[in-house]
Design a protein. Structure first.
Ligand code: PHE
Length: 339
């Protein structure tokens, strides 16, 4: 029996030493220590050993079991460690590989203009509002003193959805929404997209406007002019020059068109300003009292002014963009140039 135990120890340790994978190691564990294992069989046979030898054989058997167990657990640790290293090697990240670079985004030139202009308006006490892009005929025309069959409707080629619902042709419906919901005095500005059935290199079916409306007691043309002048100074600097031309809008009376120093040639005259040194800045005027009354504001107590030009033209001029369509194509090559 002693020889058997020594045999088991020698072979067992050797076999465990030679094992290459976890599955084979587990099989060896069963072969020696499992229920039907070699060592287990011997321990079970102890009862047949002569009493005077039992002690010696018993302690030898325990020793063999301990040694086999130690060999098994050492091998297990070794194999697991090797597997971990192999996995790490497989998942290795080459930190010296050159990166693809970080692609930086940029704000669209229209967004940049809006951000800058809205900041100026907020500093001057305006509230920025948003009103729907899909409007009813009432808000887009009727409440702005443009009744059905009025020739002014021809100025704006509208995109109708139904007989009474259309894509707003200008941001001026924001004036009506403001007058209906706010209590004077107030100052609002509404930037947004507008839609017209127009399509050439300087007209797009979608373009951008903003609408500014100031309602208070005793406000007139001089307040309008000084506010617009202040805005031009904040946008273009102290040296900006301005000029006024008469205009017509059904919802303002009188209506004016205001030009400011051309920002390309700084007043010297260039092809963009057709040699005049000026480019269109704002259009607007004194709110027609009829409009105030229609929206429930007492025109004897309150007056106001409104203005709202296209944004795209000035963004095109200052960024030297030859075709308005570039602003709406979302072409990454164009947007990259605008950074
Ligand atoms: N809504 C007018 C347009 O689209 C511009 C305007 C705004 C005029 C506000 C007067 C007052 O042409």
């Amino acid at each position: 029996m002693k020889e058997q135990l020594e045999e088991i120890l020698k072979n067992g340790v050797q076999e465990i030493e030679n094992v290459q994978d976890l599955k084979a190691l587990d099989e060896l564990r069963l072969k020696y220590l499992g229920k039907a294992g070699a060592l287990t069989a011997i321990l079970r046979g102890m009862k047949d050993v002569k009493p005077e030898e039992r002690r010696e054989v018993g302690s030898l058997a325990n020793l063999v079991r301990e040694k086999i167990e130690t060999a098994l657990s050492e091998k297990l640790a070794e194999l697991e460690n090797a597997k971990l290293l192999a996995d790490m090697e497989k998942e290795k990240v080459d930190i010296t590989e050159p990166s693809r670079g970080i692609k930086r985004g940029a704000l669209h030139p229209i967004t940049r203009f809006n951000n800058k202009f809205m900041e100026i308006c907020v500093e001057m006490g305006f509230t920025v509002i948003q009103t729907p892009e899909i409007e009813t005929d009432y808000y887009n025309f009727e409440a702005l003193n443009v009744p059905k069959n009025h020739p002014a409707r021809d100025m704006q080629d509208s995109l109708y959805i139904t007989d009474t619902i259309l894509m707003r042709t200008h941001t001026s419906p924001a004036q009506v929404h403001a007058m209906e919901t706010l209590k004077p005095p107030f100052k609002i500005v509404c930037p947004g997209r507008v839609y017209r059935n127009d399509d050439d290199s300087s007209h797009s079916p979608i373009f951008n406007q903003f609408e500014a409306l100031v309602i208070d007691e005793n406000v007139g043309l001089k307040d309008f002019m000084s506010m617009v002048r202040e805005m031009a100074v904040r946008l273009y600097g102290k040296d900006v020059k301005m000029r006024i031309r008469p205009a017509f809008f059904p919802f303002t009376e009188p209506s004016i068109e205001i030009d400011a120093t051309c920002q390309i040639c700084h007043g010297k005259g260039c092809s963009l300003c057709k040699g005049t040194g000026f480019s269109e800045f704002f259009g607007g005027g004194i709110v027609n009292p009829k409009i105030l009354e229609m929206s429930g504001i007492d025109s004897k107590k309150y007056s106001g002014f409104a203005f709202g030009p296209g944004i795209d033209r000035s963004v095109m001029v200052t960024n030297k963009i030859p075709n308005i369509k570039y602003l709406f194509r979302n072409d990454l090559r164009f947007l990259k140039q605008m950074r």
